[in-house]
Structures are given as structure tokens and as C-alpha cells.
Design a protein around this ligand. Structure first.
Ligand code: PLP
Length: 437
């Protein structure tokens, strides 16, 4: 019987978290840059609402309660200027299951997935028996999907009639970068040309460090499904509340198919959480300030991480949103090879053992295993304390230059351990060269 089991690995991000926990319990200091969980607390009034509604035990409508769908539609209309109404909003226990449901709505589809991209898209496509086609990007091209790369991916389709679904994610996990308006417009033309259905995973949109996220749905409204939810911007991953915003022409049969899948699988998001989410999805000063504080803290930490790592000779772009950077270690490839590090897995294992720094290897994001890259999540700080401190300072004043030392000391130390490790690696190499000479 077991021969017939599907091969689905446990999500690599969760495994890594377990490994670092084991190391930590053996007494070693671990810098947990592997697992990407928001360090910030959920908005206080949402927590209060969740407590107040804990007794609500009913099933909710499959699509989500009307009041929340209204709030979500209004919120995204106002903030992102997109055309969305409550009847086309879907609420679910997390956006992950919504992305899966969109793929599951088709009997056959080609799933276009950029490389690198978040760990779960490809396994989801595989679970459903869909073909996946990777869309190549590069460090030099800022890990951005280009029209050319889309053309190349479309050319690889075996059945030209099968629907193409692109999973598009920005600000991105793993690279923390976004798209400019002109990039989005150019890409929209290409998507239109090939009639591509895009799942635009904008779960980090509200954490664009400058508060300037632009939804793809503005430029490709006819065929973009935007997904998001409370997990990142509202620090509430474990509450499991995700949203999908459907385009007008997918509000009929397609929506019914999604609701059918929902009703036969997850049924609905937890009702108390939906009621709490109504408090989060209010575009007022409380929400705007809550976001502004998170953004400036993340921007400050992200900039520091990028500067330090660049000085260690690592290739890394300055992050623009969310809380990740994707580090390309290939400049050290020769030195790393000489100490037996040839894959991103070996690199992360070695760094964890030598420095206590936990990163997630590039191959988890679809990179070739020999590509020496890894994702660093700069969330190793006390988000409750940092948020409270930033609120105390107030948005009228800049964060002091000592803010990171006070509130993100562990992040600073972890990054500096990485720097030292790479400095030693380079020194070993140059000493060896001198000896040989
Ligand atoms: N999309 C991306 C890019 C993510 O990083 C994550 C969570 O890590 C998700 C989706 C899943 O979010 P949710 O908690 O809404 O299922």
C-alpha cells in the first residue's frame, strides 16, 4: 500500500525551523534567519475582537462573511485603486489554500513559476498533476520576470491549448524586490498576448517599505487574481486568514468552481478570525500607522543587512518590501569549493554549524542545487518591543541611529558572524596563494 504514497516532502522551511530548534536546545546560539514569520504582533484591536468573538462557533458561508468581504474590497479599492467588489472577494484559511484552489480549478494547466520563487508553488502544482514550467530570472536582472522569459516559458508548453497560470509574487519571497509601474505594464502586455491567468501573490504588498505597492490588477485587470491576507502585514500567520480578489470575468463559473472546491475541502475560515479581520481591514489612521511603523523598522534592518553582506563580497540587492533578501554567494564559489561546499544545501549546513546562522538554501526556491544562494529572513528580533519603541518615538521623528543596536541586536550579531566567516574564508585563500607564490 505504501508504495502508492505520493512523494510530498514536508515544506523545507518548516524542516529548517525544526533543525535550528534542535541546535538551540543543545545550547548553541542560533540566528534564525531561515523561517519567514512576521515578528510583529497583530493589530491590538484585531486581537481584542478575536477575544470578544471567541464564542462564535458557527460555520460561516464558504465564501466568507459579507461584512468582511465588504471591508476587504473597500480596503483594497482605496489603497491599491483596483476594481474590486465584495461579491468577488474570497476568504479562506490562508492564501496558500486559495492559490492551490485556483490551480485545482483546472483539469489541466501549465503552471508558470519564476525561479527563484516561494517554496510551495511547485509542490502544489505537482500534487495536482499539473505541468510546471520555470520562468528564469537572474541576479543581474534583479530576479525580475521579463517578457522574454515569459515568451521562453510559453514556448515550452506541450499542449498549447492548456491554460497557462503564472504565479507572480512581489514584493517577493525570497528576494524582497518589487516591480515598477512600467515593468508591470510591459509584463501585462505579454500576459495579455498569451492569455495568461496570473495569480498575483501580493501577500507582502502592504509591507512595501515605501508604502508604494502597485497591484498587477491595475494593469491586467481582466485576468489577475490577487491573493493576500493577514499573515504578513498583520503578523497573524497562525490565525489563518487569506483572501483572493477575483477579476470581473471570473466572478461566475470560475468563482463557483472555487467555492465548490472550498466547500468540499476547508469549508470556511474560522468565524472568530473573520470577525477580527474586519477590524484589521479598516483603512484608517490606526492601520496606516501600524503599517508605517513596521515598514520603517523593516526598511532599516533590510538596508543594514544588504550593506553588510555586500561588504562581505556577497551579491545581494537592497530589499524593497517584505522581510527577505536572496543572497548569491557565487563570488566565493572557488573558496567554498575548496572547503567541500558545492551546493546551496552544503553551504547552509556549513554556515549553521560554523556560525549558528540559519538560512534557507536556494534550491528550496527552485534554483539548481549547485547555485550557491540562500534566502535570509531578517526577522530575528523582538517585533513587539520594536513596534512599541517605534510607536513611542512617533512617525514625526526618524528612528534614532541606535535603533538597531537596541532592538535588533541579534540580527546585527548574526550578520556580523556571516561577515567574519566570509572574511576568514577570503583570508585563508589569500594566505594560501601567498604561500604558493
Ligand atoms: N505566499 C508567499 C510568498 C508566502 O511567503 C507565504 C507564507 O510564507 C504565503 C503565500 C502563505 O500565506 P498564508 O499564510 O496566507 O497561507
Amino acid at each position: 500500500m505504501l508504495n502508492y504514497l505520493r512523494s510530498v516532502e514536508k515544506s523545507q522551511t518548516l524542516l529548517l525551523n525544526e533543525q535550528s530548534r534542535n541546535l538551540e536546545s543543545s545550547g548553541q546560539e542560533v540566528f534564525k534567519f531561515g523561517f519567514g514569520q512576521s515578528p510583529f504582533p497583530p493589530m491590538a484591536r484585531a486581537i481584542e475582537a478575536l477575544k470578544a468573538h471567541a464564542h462564535r462557533k458557527e460555520y460561516s458561508p464558504v465564501q466568507g462573511i459579507a461584512e468582511l468581504r465588504e471591508a476587504v474590497a473597500k480596503f483594497h479599492r482605496e489603497i491599491e485603486h483596483i476594481d474590486i467588489t465584495a461579491d468577488r472577494v474570497l476568504i479562506a484559511p490562508g492564501s496558500k489554500i486559495l492559490i492551490y484552489s485556483v490551480m485545482a480549478a483546472f483539469t489541466e494547466a501549465d503552471i508558470l513559476i519564476p525561479t527563484p520563487a516561494w517554496v510551495s508553488y511547485q509542490p502544489q502544482a505537482e500534487l495536482l498533476g499539473h505541468a510546471s514550467i520555470r520562468v528564469e530570472t537572474s541576479y543581474e536582472g534583479r530576479w525580475r520576470v521579463t517578457s522574454q522569459a515569459i515568451e521562453n516559458a510559453v514556448r515550452q508548453k506541450k499542449n498549447k491549448n492548456a491554460p497557462s497560470i503564472l504565479i507572480f509574487n512581489y514584493p517577493g519571497n525570497p528576494e524582497g524586490l518589487t516591480y515598477s509601474e512600467s515593468e508591470l505594464k510591459t509584463l501585462a502586455d505579454t500576459f495579455r498576448k498569451h492569455n495568461i491567468l496570473v495569480v498575483s501573490d501580493e501577500i507582502y504588498g502592504l509591507l512595501n517599505h515605501r508604502g508604494q505597492h502597485q497591484s498587477l490588477a491595475r494593469y491586467y485587470s481582466e485576468n489577475t487574481i490577487v491573493t493576500g491576507g493577514l499573515s504578513k502585514w498583520c503578523g497573524a500567520g497562525g490565525w489563518r486568514l487569506g483572501i483572493a480578489l477575483l477579476p470581473k470575468n471570473l466572478g461566475g463559473d470560475f468563482k463557483d468552481t472555487l467555492l465548490g472546491i472550498a466547500s468540499e475541502t476547508y469549508s470556511c475560515a474560522a468565524l472568530p478570525v473573520q470577525l477580527a479581520a474586519i477590524e484589521a481591514y479598516k483603512n484608517d489612521k490606526i492601520t496606516q500607522d501600524y503599517l508605517a511603523h513596521q515598514r520603517r523598522i523593516l526598511a532599516r534592518i533590510g538596508a543594514h543587512v544588504q550593506e553588510e553582506l555586500s561588504q562581505a563580497g556577497l551579491l545581494v540587492h537592497a530589499p524593497q518590501g517584505g522581510f527577505y533578501v536572496f543572497v548569491d554567494f557565487s563570488a566565493h564559489q572557488k573558496n567554498l569549493g575548496e572547503i567541500g561546499v558545492k551546493t546551496s544545501h552544503e553551504l547552509c549546513a556549513r554556515l549553521l554549524a560554523d556560525t549558528g546562522v540559519a538560512l534557507l538554501p536556494g534550491d528550496a526556491f527552485g534554483m539548481a542545487s549547485e547555485h550557491l544562494s540562500a534566502r535570509l529572513a531578517y526577522v530575528e528580533f523582538d517585533g513587539v518591543a520594536a513596534l512599541a519603541a517605534s510607536e513611542k518615538i512617533g512617525l514625526e521623528q526618524e528612528l534614532p541611529s541606535t535603533f538597531l543596536q537596541t532592538h535588533a541586536d541579534k540580527t546585527l550579531r548574526g550578520i556580523s558572524r556571516l561577515r567574519q566567516w566570509f572574511a576568514t574564508l577570503a583570508i585563508t585563500e589569500s594566505t594560501k596563494e601567498k604561500l604558493i607564490a
